[in-house]
Design a protein around this ligand. Structure first.
Ligand code: SIN
Ligand code: MN
Length: 221
């Protein structure tokens, strides 16, 4: 049984609402779990992500059209998501030629709780937003099977998140994502356009030097 049976988290799914966790709020078909992770859990995730970044350093990606992106990124898992002049794609190696480190168990635990254990994600994309970084509206569509959701974790400074429908140029809604929030793009919202308008510098003390980390977990193939 998958959590998204009818485009929405099923309250009957054993993984849909873990005990003691907040319930999902609907955000144009996406499921937002505000404050899903407590302060200690967020700190433990950041510690584990330090290990990921030590093994697979953040790099400055470039779009296929040659425009530098404002986020810096890396990945953990069987695949990493990369972009350069050759296009958007999943790659089995870091651009510097090294292996991607495994996805930390602290990260996989969130997927297990909210999506289930039938299948674990192949990729954890790590995006780092310094002050002024943003992400334009886009779809996550480089994966093979869109019946698996994309699960996103916010850590650090608040971010203004924007979500539309599955067509470019349609109506959008926006909300602030805070540190510890988890968002699931699944069901009818799996291919929704989404992006980050801006972050609010200094709104969180989680990261000693400020900024925001976003993790997205994806089943790739
Ligand atoms: C993304 O869509 O890859 C990132 C979304 C976010 O930063 O919250
Ligand atoms: Mn995305």
């Amino acid at each position: 049984m998958k959590i998204f049976e009818n485009g929405r988290p099923s309250p009957d799914h054993p993984a849909g609402r873990p005990a003691g966790r907040p319930a999902a709020v609907d955000l144009r078909g996406a499921a937002l779990y505000p404050g899903y992770l407590g302060a200690d859990e967020q700190g433990a995730l950041v510690d584990d992500l330090r290990g990921v970044v030590a093994a697979a350093p953040l790099f400055a990606p470039v779009t296929p059209w040659g425009r530098p992106m404002s986020v810096r990124m890396t990945s953990a898992g069987r695949y990493g998501w990369v972009t350069d002049r050759r296009g958007y794609r999943y790659a089995d190696r870091h651009p510097d030629g090294g292996d991607w480190p495994p996805i930390p168990d602290s990260v996989l635990a969130i997927w297990r709780d909210l999506v289930g254990t039938d299948r674990l994600p192949d990729c954890c994309l790590v995006n780092f937003y310094a002050d002024g970084a943003r992400m334009g509206l886009h779809q996550d569509r480089d994966e093979t099977d869109f019946s698996w959701p994309v699960l996103s974790v916010s850590l650090g400074d608040d971010a203004r998140f924007r979500i539309g429908g599955t067509e470019r140029g349609g109506k959008t809604a926006s909300t602030w994502l805070h540190s510890g929030d988890v968002l699931i793009l699944g069901g009818a919202a799996r291919l929704a356009y989404h992006g980050i308008d801006r972050i609010a510098p200094g709104s969180s003390t989680l990261l000693p030097k400020g900024g925001r980390i976003n993790l997205t977990l994806r089943v790739v193939d």
